[in-house]
Ligand binder design. Structure first.
Ligand code: 3HC
Length: 712
């Protein structure tokens, strides 16, 4: 067999031309690359000795799809796009075979769909993830898939957008064959038989097996009902459904034209710009200036101190990523309880079909529960998750320093406290850092990595590497009270509280934020994390954390601790939304009114716009301070924290992106108004002032600060 030619000129075996997509790192089908690809395809079509063409991919994958960077600009005049490449395949009388090993996504899969045959290795994953970027498959995918597997299955595949394992894709009918051995050899032998052309475009779209075509309007209407509203995260989904409707109703050429028009509309839409920002911001996270030469240490064994909810969640996270972990707690009862909870959780996942018995058993085996601290001696990384109290944590660090091997890294899961103070309790401050997981640690994707004054580059590089192993979005934060996420949430909750003290019902505040796109508002969020926890953090914050009334103290005294107590700012009822649905409680509204009167807080009638402004601009202003102080490295880092940790609607791109969407100058002016009305807590950040003055954007102002600050 002739090896694939990396320059994309042809490799040839007898009458079969092998074309290898090779555009590192992910064989993206950029305009520039499509021009080369097009030439190679046209050359194969023109060459009479070539009877069939096989496509494959270098760099361990087939293709990651269109180059997302290209979408920010108009295609240059005469640019060749994936659509042109696909049209060339469609017009040719020679058969094409896609030989897939690794991922085939977006335009990459659309190229494969334009081939006559598709075969793949078992490890391959195929998907049309455009929806996650606020787009729809724009190179024929919305037209070919309904013709190949039916509109209903096609829609489901495209609306989910995730990469689907080859075995399932075969079942769906998208693949023709799974090849256990060498997929290229198999494709070439298939190609040598010169199989007949099988253009999907020539097929008639169906709805689903045994569903008559007359049901199409009903299926389309149902689909529109099932996705979020256009203005609240569903913009692309509705357009995608429109495109699939076109596949069902129109001839192929008309459908493709409709798809292209809808795609062009989406590419310029604000939700898509925001989602593409999230995509790139996520990939920037680990690019920390000064970190590059440091190589991460291997973490073959981890330890967790503290067998509470957080410690157990962290242990599960390690176990499910294949890192053996020892959970240590001095309290034997807590150890037993954690063991039962964790094993119960694995069994539950087996019942739900998310894990096999064997996987559950393996995960269970990789967690050791013990009250013997010497189990941590050979750990490469130990995360403490004990009570949020600096003295307690310092004691734990001093003890760990004496037990864990000298090369071992020590991390704290604190959500607010001073990492340097903990590092000072050890003789290895360069190996100490913060690893702030979010509850529940095994589910929430966010991880704040906190850099102390002495944390070494190698420790940080290891922290990012383990973040990747744990499949978390790891964001670097400076060592300041509350780091990035919680520091911002304090200001957000402060404003929610102030609004309630001024007479706005908590349910109304929450409703406004839900309309904006948050899954829950600040009061429901406080109920979920526990009012006792909120009060504890408020006390740690000191004077700046307190509201004007003592409503929070009173609710905690009344044992209204939040969702876990079936009462907090809201009440909960087991019969309503499984006890998780907040129900407005007039008692709490009266308590706010009564305490506000005592504290001399004047009632205010507010508009929804003011509610939204006060909450969102509080986030933006604090985010800008954190950037200015170097606690956060880039606006995109702040956005990732808020989207993945606090439910900020991704179609608004995160608070800093949203500030640009509104216009920093406008945001700044509103903040100045709030300062004049409500006081110095609204003093605008100097960064915002500077950007507003030149009517600029945070995006342009993205700096490269080191993220190195002392605890403030
Ligand atoms: N366009 C441009 N750059 C891309 C890209 C794409 N489609 N996919 C990945 N990259 C870049 C990343 O930005 C990153 O760049 P960096 O090294 O400079 O930071 C690099 O490739 C590696 O990416 P990852 O860190 O994500 O690498 P992984 O190995 O973890 O994952 C992947 C690889 C599974 C391909 C993943 O990158 C991915 O899911 N990419 C997005 C796929 C996608 O959304 N495709 C659809 C594009 S839209 C489209 O095709 C429109 C069409 O319908 C017309």
């Amino acid at each position: 067999m002739i090896p694939a030619d990396p320059s994309l000129a042809s490799g040839q075996d007898d009458k079969v031309r092998l074309i290898t997509l090779d555009n590192p790192p992910v064989n993206a089908l950029s305009f520039a690359y499509c021009a080369k690809l097009y030439q190679a395809i046209e050359a194969a079509h023109a060459d009479d000795s070539v009877e069939a063409i096989v496509f494959t991919g270098a760099n361990g994958l087939f293709s990651g799809g269109a180059d997302v960077n290209d979408f920010n600009n108009e295609p240059p005049a005469g640019a060749i796009t994936i659509r042109d490449v696909i049209r060339a395949l469609e017009l040719s009388v020679k058969p094409h075979i896609a030989a897939i090993d690794g991922v085939a996504l977006g335009g990459g899969l659309e190229l494969a769909l334009a081939c006559d045959y598709r075969i793949a290795t078992p490890r391959s994953k195929l998907g049309l993830p455009e929806i996650k970027l606020g787009l729809l498959p724009g190179a024929g995918g919305t037209q070919r898939l309904p013709r190949l597997i039916g509109a209903r299955a096609g829609l489901e595949f495209m609306l989910k957008g995730s990469g689907v394992p080859a075995a399932r894709v075969l079942e769906l009918g998208i693949l023709d064959e799974i090849v256990d051995g060498n997929v290229i050899e198999r494709a070439i032998s298939l190609a040598k038989e010169v199989p007949p052309k099988r253009r999907i475009s020539a097929l008639q779209a169906t709805i689903a097996p045994e569903v008559p075509m007359q049901a199409a309007p009903f299926v389309v209407a149902q689909a529109h009902k099932m996705v979020p509203p256009e203005e609240n995260g569903g913009f692309a989904a509705h357009k995608l459904i429109d495109a699939v409707q076109a596949a069902v109703e129109l001839p192929f050429a008309f459908g493709v034209a409709r798809e292209a028009r809808l795609f062009d509309e989406l590419v310029r839409s604000e939700p898509s710009l925001a989602l593409r920002h999230i995509f790139f911001a996520e990939r920037e996270l680990s690019k920390v200036p000064g970190l590059e030469p440091a190589l991460p240490l291997a973490v073959a064994k981890a330890g967790v101190v503290g067998a509470g909810t957080m410690g157990s969640g962290i242990a599960i996270t390690f176990a499910q990523s294949g890192v053996p972990v020892a959970v240590v707690d001095t309290n034997e009862e807590a150890v037993d309880k954690a063991r039962q909870t964790v094993m119960g959780m694995f069994m539950y996942q087996v019942q739900k079909g998310r894990l096999t018995q064997e996987e559950a058993w393996q995960r269970g085996q990789s967690i050791t529960f013990t009250d013997d601290w010497s189990e941590l001696a050979d750990a490469d990384l130990v995360v403490e998750a004990v009570f949020e109290d600096l003295d307690v944590k310092r004691e734990v660090f001093a003890k760990l320093d004496g037990i864990v091997k000298p090369a071992g890294l020590l991390a704290s899961n604190t959500s607010t406290l001073d990492i340097d103070a903990m590092a000072a309790a050890t003789k290895r401050p360069e190996k100490v850092f913060g690893m702030h997981f979010f509850v529940p640690a095994n589910i929430m994707p966010l991880l704040e990595i906190v850099r102390g004054r002495a944390t070494s580059a190698q420790t940080l590089a290891t922290a990012f590497a383990i973040g990747k192993t744990l499949k978390k979005k790891a964001v670097l934060a400076g060592n300041a009270f509350g780091f990035i996420g919680n520091r911002m949430v304090f200001d957000y909750v402060r404003e929610a509280f102030a609004l309630a003290e001024e007479g706005t019902a908590p349910a109304r505040v929450d409703a406004v934020l839900k309309v904006f796109g948050f899954p829950m508002g600040p009061f429901a969020m406080s109920d979920l994390s526990g009012l006792d926890i909120g009060l504890h953090v408020q006390k740690l914050q000191g004077k700046s954390g307190r509201g004007r009334t003592n409503v929070l103290e009173q609710l905690v005294e009344q044992k209204r601790l939040g969702q876990k107590a079936m009462a907090g700012f809201f009440k909960y009822d087991k019969a309503v939304g499984k006890g998780r649905e907040p129900i407005a409680d007039p008692v709490v509204e009266q308590l706010f009114a009564q305490e506000a009167r005592k504290a001399g807080v004047a009632p205010r009638v507010v508009t929804d716009r003011e509610i939204r402004g006060r909450l969102l601009y509080a986030l933006i202003n604090r985010g800008a301070y954190l950037l200015e102080e170097g606690v956060a490295l880039r606006p995109g880092d702040v956005d990732i924290v808020y989207v993945y940790g606090y439910g900020f609607p991704p179609h608004h791109g995160g608070p800093m992106w949203y500030a640009d969407e509104v216009g920093v100058r406008r945001v700044y002016e509103r903040i100045r108004d709030f300062e004049a009305t409500f006081g110095p807590q609204w003093k605008p950040s100097a960064l915002l002032a500077r950007i507003a003055e030149r009517d600029g954007t945070l995006r342009q102002a993205q700096g490269d600060k080191s993220g190195e600050v002392t605890h403030a």
